[in-house]
Design a protein around this ligand. Sequence first.
Ligand SMILES: Cc1ncc(C[n+]2csc(CCOP(=O)(O)OP(=O)(O)O)c2C)c(N)n1
Length: 335
Amino acid sequence: MTTATKPTTAIDLEHRLALYRSQVALRLFETRAYDLFLENLVKGTSHLSLGQEAIAAGVAAAMRETDWTFATYRGHAHTLARGVPMTPVLAELLGRANGLMAGKGGSMHLTSVEHGVMGSYAIIGAHLPIACGAAWSAQYRGTDQVAVCFFGDGTTNIGAFHEALNFAAIWKLPVVFICENNLWMEYTRTTEVTAVAHPAADRAGAYGLESILVDGNDADAVYDVAARAIARARAGEGPSLIEAETYRHGGHSRADPGKYRPDEEVAQWKAKDPVPRYRARLVELGVDEATLVAIESEVADEVEAATEAAKAGAIPGEDLLMKDVWANGGSSWRN
Ligand SMILES: Cc1ncc(C[n+]2csc(CCOP(=O)(O)OP(=O)(O)O)c2C)c(N)n1
């Protein structure tokens, strides 16, 4: 097993500052989303990934604009990290007409093809074969695009996970699977219902893949393993599976206080919070306080502006109900 937990020294300061900004943006955005939920403004359910920011930020930093992201229902961070602006994402959570999906999709269906965000998937595991399909399309068409697919630890017990890995391996598809192991499924501890300790990494070998385990609360380490896996995929060397160990600060979804998790476990992981940890690393590297404060206040302003714009968005009209429901692509292709 390859365990990559040491921060890489290959990342220059400019990229590190960008990684910090990205993590701060994900943190402040979702903190605001939670506040808006408490104000009863967020429509439908939503799943936050507070505490897991280093993964979305680190992986996105290693991707090219033309690469594809396949996100989960816990996909705000996956979407924002690819460069989708905050306003349409927040407006979507609020069910407004200026939302990313015009207010019809909500938190769990964020998609932006122009940013390579090829959907958020609420049926767990469903998107792994779909990511393989996208990767196959890139391989078939001879483009050098790579599909990156995020999923949780619990998802590794779904059949589609195993089917997709086998399929990706035998066809050497340019796909990178990222398991965000936050230790918990919906309300169940993953190790209680899983035969191996590392739900993704321990199974990689069964499909001929290297086992890659990374500290998912260290954006540099995540960036490092993701960059290597993506480069391999782009070079035609086939798929990779990365298990990033992390913890979500909150419960499963917005309505779950997560009280079933031991207090010491929550405290232990909060002490490894990726955002202050990365900030401390930058300070150690000699970045001055004013630079960090400037980044934080720019991001805070961005969240403020997005909140105002989202709240000002119109409530969609009833005509939206029947819009984009059915695409008549014709049937001539069958002939
Ligand atoms: C096929 C399917 N079964 C059950 C569910 C209900 N469900 C939603 S999330 C979830 C747990 C997923 O846990 P994990 O993959 O560890 O991701 P996390 O929520 O911790 O990010 C379950 C069982 C679902 N959405 N799809």
